[in-house]
Design a protein around this ligand. Structure first.
Ligand SMILES: Nc1ncnc2c1ncn2[C@@H]1O[C@H](COP(=O)(O)OP(=O)(O)OP(=O)(O)O)[C@@H](O)[C@H]1O
Length: 217
């Protein structure tokens, strides 16, 4: 498999504290990873750095074979890498508007956006919530809307921060079931999590953040 994102010498400090000092991180095209590590080990921070939401010291970065930077974070990465927050923030409009917003912002024609939104809502099992106010959704529904919102952007890399945290039962299973289909659709996925069922999904590689370094399993 080819390397989608390669990052060398990635270091993150908060003040005097060195959170991580990663020699090399390599993510393959079309593969799912779980990022594990104890609370506070830096999983969310690492995803946020890769998503361009947090600064870090970095030696060298390649994306799809081309040298890029993480700061400034280029448009090519902004379009290709999507970070999904554990508690997704949404506009208080409608579910459909939230899912389509990113495509409209990219200048896609309205009719195409409507089609993509409809397909994504069906995929995520949220079609019945089309006109609902996102503020009134349950945690599981919000997470599925956030995944639909990310999916329509057809990211090359999806960074999911604890996608099943605070979910249980059916809500958790519904979210877990969506993950393999994202990979089948061509995205690489990195999920920061403690969820054994996500860690145990077939074909998922495990990356562990321990004492500021990455272990690939
Ligand atoms: N902006 C910040 N300023 C200072 N310290 C921070 C900041 N953001 C995170 N930290 C610290 O960095 C450490 C790593 O936080 P992070 O949220 O990345 O860990 P995590 O592995 O995702 O944890 P959890 O499993 O509990 O979600 C924590 O000790 C946190 O307090």
């Amino acid at each position: 498999m080819s390397v989608l994102l390669g990052v060398s010498k990635l270091r993150k400090r908060f003040g005097d504290r060195l959170l991580f000092d990663i020699d090399r991180l390599e993510l393959e095209t079309g593969r799912a990873y779980v990022l594990t590590g104890v609370n506070g080990s830096g999983k969310s921070t690492l995803l946020r750095v890769l998503g361009g939401l947090e600064p870090a010291e970095v030696g060298h970065v390649e994306f799809e074979g081309r040298e890029v930077t993480l700061r400034p974070y280029p448009k090519a990465l902004r379009n290709a890498i999507v970070y999904v927050h554990q508690h997704p923030i949404m506009f208080s409009t409608s579910v459909a508007h939230n899912i389509g917003y990113g495509l409209l912002a990219r200048g896609e024609p309205k009719a195409r956006v409507a089609e993509e939104v409809e397909q994504a809502m069906a995929w995520a099992g949220v079609a019945h919530l089309c006109d609902a106010d996102p503020a009134k959704l349950s945690g599981g529904e919000k997470q599925r809307v956030a995944l639909a919102r990310a999916k329509v952007l057809k990211p090359r890399l999806l960074l999911l921060d604890e996608p099943t945290a605070n979910l249980d039962g059916m809500a958790r299973e519904q979210v877990i079931a969506l993950i393999p289909t994202l990979v089948e659709a061509g995205s690489s996925v990195v999920m920061a999590c403690h969820d054994r069922d996500l860690i145990g999904l077939p074909g998922v590689r495990r990356i562990k953040l321990r004492d500021g370094q990455l272990e690939f399993r």
